[in-house]
Design a protein around this ligand. Structure first.
Ligand code: NAX
Length: 328
């Protein structure tokens, strides 16, 4: 058995937390030989529910769980953490637009960024799931100046998984037959699921795919899948979101063996995306090192989509500048 690692989950009393924690504890993310100490963070109002979740985790008798700490203090929650899932965020209410949501989430992610800066382990991996996740990750990253920007990611894996599932269904193949399906940009309606570079059983998908369907209904279904689930279930995606968070962190931790996946990471200027934006690219991962897939050509349709999602992220970054200046 290896030395236990410390893993923080914020919003641990929420519905994504309830799906995520049990799979984390069973070894689905860090592997069957990697013990973990769970550091569960929620708001004071969530602590009682969190105690119930912790009781259930105990009752599962997971051999890999070598400890559990419950807290409402980010400086305790992020203490020594090797990996963290930042799931807790201020939910959007009916009266809020996207800018209001960004502003409401600012203080959460400046505080958590500072706590990560001061307390996390040196090589920590931070995955932001709470929305608007790209810009929340940007805020946390900017609030942690002693940490490399590469420590902060945001999650677009659920969008990738949704896209793969729709393509597989359309072509009558298994979802595992679809590869190189990547998401570009923001986790929002402007994201671009790049089907042009996707493959089916290792061959280019474009030869088999009805392009009009792909440009229209396919993109719309992926972009609005979250809303469709809320309409059907009365609640937002939880198990699929948790599954995607585990997929993302597992790939970051264990590598992708040359396969592509989508991760929203700090741009270093690849594909002319402004430096520092937390932007989703197709990437490969080896030894914890994330590398953007290079040399992809974009036709005018794709270039327009990528420009639109870039513009949205630039505008979100502008919206949160005053929050960052006030906090740091
Ligand atoms: P819930 O409302 O069920 O749970 C959120 C939990 O976070 C609550 O227990 C709450 O007390 C806690 N919380 C709020 N502020 C906190 C803070 N400052 N520190 C610690 N805990 C805090 O929401 P849930 O369905 O679990 O969704 C969580 C977040 O994931 C939302 O922001 C949601 O929009 C986002 N999602 C992101 C997805 C993605 O693909 N990136 C997809 C799924 C999901 O919509």
């Amino acid at each position: 058995m290896k030395t236990p690692i410390r893993v923080c989950v914020t919003g641990a009393a929420g519905q994504i937390g309830y799906s995520l924690l049990f799979r984390l504890a069973s070894g689905d993310c860090f592997g069957p030989n990697q013990p973990i100490i769970l550091q569960l963070l929620d708001l004071p109002v969530g602590m009682k529910a969190l105690e119930g979740v912790a009781m259930e985790l105990e009752d599962c008798a997971f051999p890999l769980v070598h400890g559990m700490e419950l807290t409402d203090d980010p400086f305790k929650g992020f203490n020594g953490v090797d990996a963290a899932f930042l799931v807790g965020a201020r939910p959007r209410t009916k009266d809020m637009n996207r800018a209001d949501l960004l502003t409401a989430n600012g203080p959460i992610f400046t505080t958590q960024g500072k706590a990560i800066n001061d307390r996390a382990a040196s090589n920590t991996k931070i995955l932001v799931v709470g929305n608007p996740c790209n810009t929340n990750a940007y805020i946390a990253m900017e609030s942690a100046p002693d940490r490399p920007k590469s420590s902060f990611h945001a999650m677009t894996r659920l969008d990738e998984n949704r896209a793969k599932a729709q393509l597989a269904k359309k072509l009558g193949v298994n979802v595992g037959d679809i590869s190189n399906m990547s998401i570009w940009g923001n986790h929002s309606d402007t994201m671009f699921p790049d089907f042009f570079h996707a493959k089916v059983k290792g061959n280019p998908i474009t030869a088999l795919l009805d392009q009009e369907w792909a440009k229209g209904p396919f993109l719309k279904t992926v972009a609005t899948r979250g809303k469709a689930i809320i309409e059907a279930r009365g609640l937002s995606s939880a198990a699929s979101a948790a599954g995607a968070a585990l997929d993302h962190m597992k790939d970051w931790w264990q590598g992708t063996n040359g396969a592509w996946t989508s991760m929203a990471i700090a741009s270093q200027g690849e594909y002319n995306i402004p430096e520092g934006l937390i932007f989703s690219f197709p990437v490969t991962v080896a030894n914890g090192q994330v590398t953007v897939v290079k040399g992809l050509d974009h036709n005018s349709f794709a270039a327009e989509k990528i420009a639109a999602t870039t513009a949205e992220l630039v505008s979100e970054r502008t919206t949160v500048q005053s929050i960052l200046q006030a906090a740091n």
